[in-house]
Design a protein around this ligand. Structure first.
Ligand code: ATP
Ligand code: MG
Length: 314
């Protein structure tokens, strides 16, 4: 005798009435589809808009830091700041690079500045309100800088508590702003150590190309040393892939290695390479206003949401 066919098995339940089948199918349809993978190869989380704020103050101070030049520190400072300001946060940008690119990128002329961050660092009588200028973006101010700041690095060496100088300068601003972003110069010298000492968090922008990964170990050692010796509250808020080209295998491999090395510290948001950033610098304004609906502007708005989830609204 042949074995009974499966549909003839006596233990098999009778088929469900059509209404029940439809109901079950509806339930199956309601299960969310698996989250789409983001450019970093991890599922992209839902990022809510930053929580509206009714009162300003108790700013989180965040440094943009990488000793490698041209990786997007200044671009990220301007555009993350502008995106956070769009979401209603009161933002202060600190140009802490003697190249003054942040100030120039917001349309200031380096030769026409009467007072800069240099005066605040070196002259105890100068008050922060005298140096702060509007950035052109509503809700975002700027502490400008120019080449004078390079002298501070030399002069500060002789000061007592030289590493805490910027922290003292910014102390009075913390109560007025929600976020203070410090644009560091491409070095790990005394100015950068001052920025890290004054900060609650650090964001490391990294260009998505192979050599970008070199030198990151040294940066991590510096951050660890500042945290151990000068500023125990310092955290790495995130590592940001910049100038990403998703069409190349190379770019994707670099992101993969970043995630292997830094895990969840790597932001899900990645900034793609586009000439719009250079164009907006020439125009002296953030990409969020220069090309408001561009992918670059959207990327920095998404980064603002991710930063809010990680360390502002947490
Ligand atoms: N995502 C991007 N796509 C294309 N160009 C970019 C991007 N981000 C920045 N740039 C351009 O790359 C150049 C370097 O960027 P940026 O000045 O932000 O780097 P940086 O790390 O601040 O440099 P430095 O170390 O000299 O201060 C600028 O001309 C900028 O306009
Ligand atoms: Mg810069």
């Amino acid at each position: 005798m042949t074995a009974p066919l499966p549909f003839n098995r006596p233990e098999q339940a009778p088929s469900a009435p059509p209404e029940q089948v439809a109901e079950e199918l509806a339930i199956t349809d309601a299960v969310p589809a698996p989250a789409e993978l983001g450019p970093t190869g991890r599922p992209m989380p839902f990022l809510p808009d930053p929580r509206p704020v009714t009162e300003h103050g108790n700013a989180r101070v965040i440094s943009m830091c990488n000793q490698k030049g041209g990786v997007g520190k200044t671009t990220t400072t301007i555009n993350l700041g502008a995106a956070l300001a769009e979401y209603g946060r009161k933002v202060l940008l600190v140009d802490f690079d003697p190249q003054g690119s942040l100030s120039v990128g917001l349309g200031l002329n380096p030769h026409e500045m009467e007072l800069t961050i240099y005066n605040l660092l070196m002259e105890p009588d100068v008050r922060l309100e005298e140096v702060v200028v509007p950035s052109g973006v509503p809700g975002m101010d700027l502490l400008p800088s120019n080449i004078d700041l390079s002298a501070a690095e030399v002069q500060l060496v002789h000061e007592v508590a030289r590493e805490q100088t910027l922290q003292r300068v910014l102390a009075s601003a913390v109560k007025d702003y929600d976020v203070i972003l410090i644009d560091c110069q491409p070095s790990l010298g005394l100015l950068t150590v001052n920025a890290l000492t004054a900060s609650d968090g650090v964001i490391v922008p990294l260009e998505c190309e192979y050599f970008a990964l070199r030198g990151v170990a040294l940066l991590k050692t510096t951050i660890d040393k500042v945290q151990a010796r000068l500023n125990p509250r310092l955290e790495i808020d995130g590592v940001l892939g910049t100038m990403y080209d998703g069409r190349t295998l190379h770019g994707r491999e670099v992101l993969e290695r970043l995630v292997q090395a830094w895990g969840d510290k790597v932001f899900h948001t990645v900034i793609r390479r586009t000439v719009k950033f250079s164009d907006s610098t020439v125009a002296g304004e953030p990409i969020t206003s220069y090309a408001s609906s561009s992918t670059g502007a959207d990327a920095y708005r998404q980064l603002a949401k991710e930063v809010a989830v990680r360390c502002l609204d947490a």
